[in-house]
Ligand binder design. Sequence first.
Ligand code: HMG
Ligand code: MG
Length: 298
Amino acid sequence: MSAVPQAVRIVEVGARDGLQNEKAIVPTATKIELIDRLSATGLRTIEATSFVSPKWVPQLADAAEVFASIRREAGVSYPVLVPNLQGYERARAVGAEEVAVFTAASEAFNRKNINASIDESIDRFAPVLDRARGDGVKVRGYVSTVLGCPYQGEVPVDDVVRVARRMHALGCYEISLGDTIGIGTPSKARAMLRAVAGVVPVDALAVHFHDTRGQALANILACLEEGVAVVDSSVSGTGGCPYAKGATGNVASEDVVYMLEGMGISTGVDLEKLIETGLWLSERLGRETSSRVARASI
Ligand code: HMG
Ligand code: MG
């Protein structure tokens, strides 16, 4: 087994990836309380919300109110998704200091998700990155469908490599590689990661696994063995993309922290507090948590 990193940064995406996919619109106050609770768990990166078109994602139409109302802890980043300059301006108006732009390795998914080709979407990001550079705002970049697309099926690794390289060259400090529909297996995840790490430094890569087929933890481990030290996950295992048919929740943060800490890899996260927060959220959402670790703790 290759060496795994000694420490991993968790990027908690539940308040964004999780709540964007809820059928019922979650009350603004619940979103704010969720983020405030997460801020007390030791997480250092908490994706807060998304400044996308409210016509496309009504679940997060209250992004400005949420962002303006959360208690921002020193030392914690609260990135928000922006699909274009309009989203960037809305995010900046309420004081966002880190944003994330997002595209995909498959044309078919990108068209459904943001109504643009890959090239068009990257053209839209260029002015966002220019403005961000001037404003001292950090920009993360997502590449979706890295292990398969709900519309086109197989996604060639070369396409993932090409898009990841462009996003990094544009100025994204970190590229999060998303298995949007949770279709990958460890050997495919490892091969994809290795190929991308050939053109983007591995310390600028993160992994983002949805857990549709129960492969996420195994996929994460394979990528850790390739040197990745940033993992996206979602408290209580919420998540999914409204424009990706068949995408279920992200891997649960509780399960990732349990695995990492159990392997002696430090996350800085207080697992008990995270489990408590996840159980609180699942009660609010009116369903059982999908974190196995949280269920075992009840
Ligand atoms: P469009 O309809 O092609 O764009 O949507 P448009 O420029 O014609 O705008 C349409 C309307 O939206 C206009 O309003 C704009 O002003 C408005 P109207 O004139 O009709 O009243 N608008 C906006 N309003 C607020 N904020 C904005 C904004 N932009 C335009 N930023 C667009 C293009 C990109 C806007 C749309 O497709 C969109 O918002 N898509 C977002 C979809 C989304 O959020 N998907 C989920 C996130 S990605 C994900 O979950 C994957 C990830 O987790 C990784 C993984 O798992 O792989 C990150
Ligand atoms: Mg996602």
